[in-house]
Design a protein around this ligand. Structure first.
Ligand SMILES: [Zn+2]
Ligand SMILES: [Zn+2]
Length: 154
C-alpha cells in the first residue's frame, strides 16, 4: 500500500481508498452530518459554502472537500456557489460547477471560437503547404528538363 499525504491535514497515511487519512475521514463523517442537519433544518433558503464554514465553524477546506466529493448533493437545492470568474453567486445544477451559467456560456463560446480560428489557420497552412510542395515538385520537374533526363528517354 502506498504512503500518501492526507490532502486535508497533510499527515502521512497508507492509501487504501480515500485521498484523506482515516482520522480525517472519520471526522468528516461527523462534520457532514452536522452540515446536512444544519442546512436542511434551517429556514434560510441558500447557503454559500463559505457561510456554512463560518456559521458552523468548520474549516472551509473541509466544506469544499466534501462538496467536491459530491457529499453535499442531498442539500444541493440550498447551496449557493461563488463563480470563480466573476464572483457572482449562483445556484449549482451540479456539485462540480465552478462557473456561473453566464461565465460557462462565455467560456464555451470562447473555446469554440478559438477552436474555429485554429481550424481555419490549420486549413490555411495546409493550403499553403500544398501550394509550396506543388511548386517544389514543378521546380524539380523543370530542373529534370534542364538536365535533359526526360528527353533522354523519349
Ligand atoms: Zn488527514
Ligand atoms: Zn461568473
Amino acid at each position: 500500500m502506498p504512503l500518501c499525504n492526507c490532502s486535508l491535514c497533510g499527515n502521512v497515511y497508507q492509501k487504501v481508498y480515500s485521498d484523506i487519512c482515516h482520522p480525517c475521514s472519520k471526522q468528516n463523517d461527523a462534520i457532514l452530518c452536522k452540515i446536512i442537519e444544519y442546512v436542511s433544518t434551517s429556514e434560510k433558503e441558500n447557503f454559500l459554502l463559505e457561510s456554512i464554514s463560518a456559521e458552523l465553524n468548520i474549516d472551509i477546506n473541509i466544506v469544499k472537500y466534501l462538496n467536491k466529493k459530491g457529499d453535499l448533493i442531498q442539500i444541493k437545492n440550498k447551496l449557493l456557489f461563488t463563480c470563480r470568474k466573476c464572483n457572482e453567486e449562483f445556484q449549482p445544477t451540479c456539485h462540480k460547477l465552478e462557473f456561473c451559467p453566464n461565465c460557462q456560456q462565455n467560456t464555451y463560446n470562447s473555446v469554440y471560437k478559438e477552436k474555429e480560428s485554429l481550424n481555419k489557420s490549420n486549413l490555411l497552412s495546409q493550403l499553403e503547404n500544398s501550394i509550396k510542395s506543388k511548386a517544389a515538385a514543378k521546380k524539380r520537374k523543370d530542373s529534370d528538363h534542364d538536365y535533359g533526363f526526360k528527353n533522354s528517354n523519349s
